[in-house]
Design a protein around this ligand. Structure first.
Ligand code: 7TS
Length: 425
């Protein structure tokens, strides 16, 4: 352990978690990739905000589907097609419970958070936003919660408005309140920032918007891996996330929408499965959720996502959140203690993410040197360029944590950063 890490208070230094119910060493055995060597070193994977690694149960669920259960769904009369349909719909039920949605038909399978936001912008947005109307987002959105709304505003003559943040990376709620007006047609806000780690008070934000009868879309891409989410308690109108950040496969994600809203929205894409009848004169659209699921869906992906949710539920999201909070607190103190470090994103409520700069060293150089030690972090603007502009920087180095990361890995990160300092001394 480094001298710096030794300055961390003893109770935070203990690699064992105090809370019962979460055994990280046992959890790590569930993830085969964590046994891989990278550049001759044991992998230290700290790029979970980009994508998380997959437990064996998810890998097995996907393999089992292709080995024994593969068929197209909703259209076959044969055994395998019925079986695949059941598994796909069971996964929808698993997502429904995970988010505590009222109905399974409020769960739309999409490719990921990005597609979900584009879907809402081009269906709900296209019908609701007219010339002079406003879409309200925040200064800490990922590009995928900015650009779809910009495209919509360009198409419809609308105006994109942005809630500012303070130096710690927290939303200014009084500014949010001031920006809400009769022209605001939708609020779209991230629950957890991918570049700063800030946890936004989305319950409060939704209450404030609803007082003015404005619906709210919550981008949960960085929230679902770290926090328990209940869409009915939040009362959000739309909630989106990607499977691959939640220990599930890539190419599958979720749009939750309140059924009254989804019912009233036009379809997003046309094709098979989203119709109940077609003639050249007129097409009658299918009921929810199929109206929004044109074409053959990612059946294996949905099944894999269901397995991932079963996995995290088995650990208990509250246990995961408590454990991760402890690791992030430990990492924040250890990294902040390194001379020359500047943390970007120091909100009181944070999850998963530690963004930093080291003197004037380019984050890519930090990332490259850490990579030589087998430590995977991300360096860049994290698809959140406006945040970088807000802080007057081009990029950050970002360590992002998942449920399998340990305090020993944090110590390895700290030692790696010390190496970077030596190289650039
Ligand atoms: N919203 C947030 C808050 C995100 O962090 C991301 C991806 C997305 C939406 C888009 O998710 P996708 O699965 O549709 O691509 N964030 C990151 C990241 O931080 N590094 O790589 C991808």
């Amino acid at each position: 352990m480094t001298a710096v890490a030794n300055r961390i208070p003893r109770e935070l230094r203990s690699p064992r978690v105090r809370g019962a119910g979460f055994d990280v060493e046992k959890v790590r055995h569930d993830f085969p990739i964590l046994r891989e060597k990278v550049r001759g070193r044991t992998l230290v994977y700290l790029d979970n905000a980009a994508t998380s690694q997959k437990p064996q149960v998810v890998i097995d669920a996907i393999s089992r589907h292709y080995e024994r259960g593969n068929a197209n769904i909703h259209r076959g009369v044969h055994f395998l097609s019925e079986h695949a349909t059941e598994e796909h719909e069971a996964a929808r039920g698993t997502v429904q419970s995970f988010l505590n949605a009222e109905e399974a038909s409020e769960i739309i399978f999409v490719r990921g958070a990005t597609e979900a936001i584009n879907l809402v912008a081009q269906t709900y947005g296209r019908t609701q936003v007219g010339p002079g109307d406003e879409v309200l987002i925040t200064a800490m959105e990922h590009h995928s919660n900015i650009v779809p709304w910009q495209i919509l505003c360009e198409q419809k003559g609308g105006r994109l408005r942005v809630v500012p943040i303070n130096e710690s990376g927290e939303l200014l709620l009084e500014e949010f309140q001031k920006l809400l007006n009769t022209r605001t047609k939708i609020v779209a806000v991230t629950q957890v920032s991918n570049a700063l780690g800030t946890i936004n008070p989305v319950r409060r934000i939704i209450e404030m918007a609803h007082r003015e009868n404005i619906p709210v879309l919550v981008d949960g891409a960085q929230a679902v891996p770290h926090l328990k989410v209940d869409v009915q308690a939040l009362d959000c109108d739309f909630y989106v996330f990607s499977g691959h950040k939640l220990y599930g496969p890539t190419g599958i994600g979720v749009l939750y929408g309140k059924s009254a809203l989804l019912d009233a929205m036009p379809p997003y894409q046309g094709g098979g499965d989203m119709i109940s009848s077609v003639t050249f004169e007129k097409t009658i659209y299918n009921k929810l959720p199929y109206k929004f699921e044109a074409g053959t869906p990612h059946v294996a992906g949905a099944i894999g996502l269901g397995a991932a949710i079963d996995y995290v539920n088995g650990l208990g999201m509250d246990n995961v959140a408590a454990y991760e909070h402890e690791v992030l607190t430990y990492a924040t103190e250890a990294v902040a203690a390194i001379p020359g470090i500047r943390l970007i994103g120091t909100a009181r409520e944070k999850a998963g993410v530690l963004s930093f700069l080291l003197g004037s060293i380019h984050p890519h150089d930090i990332g490259t040197i850490l990579d030589q030690e087998g430590i995977a972090i991300r360096a860049g603007h994290h698809c959140a360029q406006p945040i970088m502009q807000r802080f007057g920087i081009a990029a950050t180095a970002r360590a992002s944590f998942g449920l399998y990361n340990t305090k020993e890995e944090v110590d390895a990160l700290v030692e790696g950063i010390q190496k970077v300092r030596e190289v650039f001394a």
